[in-house]
Design a protein around this ligand. Structure first.
Ligand code: NDP
Length: 296
């Protein structure tokens, strides 16, 4: 089996390099790759690459992920998250490949307190969410064999994320204020990559498994409680912190350029049931992350 991975150096892309490599011949590209084009801002070259390589599976971990910057860079965000994804979908269809793509909790409005399911109404609040939703729709329109895996609050030891940022702040600041009224599930890039590999194999065997799924850790939390676990685990693992006071604040006290949903909780039952997979609670992976960071 030949697998083409795009965005190999992002948080998820990095873990996918590990998780996908035992499955077959893995060609992993990033936007700077020289032998083949892995640049999503160059859709023509990208489709040439796909038609030349003819992979059985395309896994797209590349995305425009700068949520606040996207408000002022709508064109670039749309090019990468929507238009390039349409090209990927059309090229995958042409060569009859399975296309695996990641999407986000930000496709939802964030109203209510329920866990969003896959067929709930989407309504993105910000430009990043809107362009990711367009990407999903482009895949559904143009590519019959696809997995769209919506995830949330991604972290890993590799790359930038909330947990690492908060840990670094806690090392130098005595006081921090963190939002406590936005809810979701921190999900590790490791878990996403491992589950992708399992879902990939099963979907190749049974095309009925194609579709949209919520691939997130189980349970939910808010940014304040998440910070409490990060700092608590840091202390447990001997990481020296300057932090003495952690305050909970409403999101209205921390305005950002892009609106965020209050309720980003996603129901992961469909993914667990279809692929017969357990998705562990969010705390488990965060504890592993801090342990790993403590020995670096
Ligand atoms: P990262 O930001 O860590 O990685 C994104 C990757 O995309 C980077 O390596 C980046 O490269 C690459 N990229 C950006 N522009 C291009 C381009 N023009 N051509 C090729 N590659 C490009 O994101 P994650 O790994 O965290 O995200 C993976 C997926 O999960 C994405 O689809 C994202 O939308 C989704 N997701 C992420 C969440 C999160 O909290 N991070 C939450 C929900 C969903 P470079 O480093 O060179 O810019």
């Amino acid at each position: 089996m030949k697998i083409l991975l795009l965005g190999k150096n992002g948080q998820v892309g990095w873990e996918l390099q590990r998780a996908l490599s035992p499955l077959g011949e893995l060609i992993a590209l990033d936007r700077h790759s020289k032998d083949y084009c892995g640049d999503l801002s160059n859709p023509n070259k990208l489709s040439e690459t796909i038609e030349l390589l003819k992979p059985d599976v395309i896994v797209n971990a590349a995305a425009y992920t700068a949520v606040d910057k996207a408000e002022n860079e709508a064109g670039l965000s749309r090019l990468i998250n929507s238009e390039a994804v349409k090209t990927l979908a059309q090229s995958a269809e042409k060569i009859n490949a399975l296309l695996i793509h990641y999407s986000t909790d930000y496709v939802f409005s964030g109203e209510g307190e329920h866990f969003w399911s896959e067929d709930d109404q989407t309504s993105a609040l910000n430009m990043y969410g809107k362009t990711k939703l367009e990407g999903e729709q482009n895949i559904q329109t143009h590519c019959s064999n696809h997995l769209i895996l919506r995830t949330s609050w991604v972290y890993s030891t590799f790359g930038n994320n909330f947990a690492k940022t908060i840990l670094n702040l806690a090392k130098t600041r005595e006081k921090l204020s963190v939002i406590d009224d936005q809810y979701g599930a921190p999900t590790s890039a490791e878990l996403i990559a491992d589950c992708t590999a399992i879902a990939l194999v099963q979907t190749l065997q049974d095309k009925n498994k194609c579709g949209v799924y919520h691939l997130v850790s189980s349970g939910s939390t808010n940014w304040y409680q998440y910070t409490k676990l990060v700092t608590h685990e840091a202390q447990n693992n001997g990481i020296e912190l300057a932090l003495k006071e952690l305050n909970a604040i409403p999101a209205t006290d921390y305005p950002l350029p892009a609106k965020r949903p209050y309720n980003s909780k996603m129901n992961n039952n469909k993914f667990k049931k279809t692929f017969n997979i357990e998705l562990p609670s969010w705390e488990l992976g965060v504890k592993r992350l801090i342990k790993e960071l403590s020995i670096k």
